[in-house]
Design a protein. Sequence first.
Length: 245
Amino acid sequence: MDCLQDQKAVVIFSGGQDSSTCLAWALHHFKDVLTIGFDYGQRHSTELKCRVRVRDGMAALKKNWAEKLGADFLLNLDTYRHRLPTALTSDIPIEENGEGYVPNTFVPGRNLLFILLTAIWAYAHPLRHVVMGVCESDYSGYPDCRDDSIKAMQTALNLGMNTRYVLHTPLMWRKKADVWKLAWQLGGDALVNLIVEESHTCYLGDRSQRHTWGYGCGVCPACRLRARGYDEYCQSKQSVQLTCS
């Protein structure tokens, strides 16, 4: 990764746990880091509000991170707004549909569209490194989070735009407990605590309930996944000398 130290990157940054960890990863590896987010008509705007606090908190953790962290861009994307009845773009009840089925929280093509728009944006700046928090090993079953999907998208971008984009997915093969561990390795307890307090993953946008792993309804699939990962992370703290609040 030393070859990245003189490079610039953009992080697709939602304000959730995974993208916050990816932001820290990018700040550790790259010389300059920008962030980009999307207002796509999601069910709630909680994550969008958390983005600013996470970025500010990240800059306060380490002097060199503050020096590396560049501008943030929020793009308004109306494609999904009021046009697609998924559980993340409307008020319909969340349904997981059982193993082997795509849950109704899946927003078709969302990650692929985010990548494409980020690449178009990056073309003008210019930069070629894009970091995102997609994961295949411990996720909700979204097909556009799969490693094959990301690799295919990278190939399509580089052929169609005559570029050499590199799509970095540092969480791809990590379970949620390992994502917490990665945060600790990058920034210690201070970064873990920042992600607990300021990032947001809950599908319902609930900030009224504080759990050991952060804020959320505690019952939606995203909350359960985050909670289980945090519990496993805490259980392993003795063997790897981690601490949990």
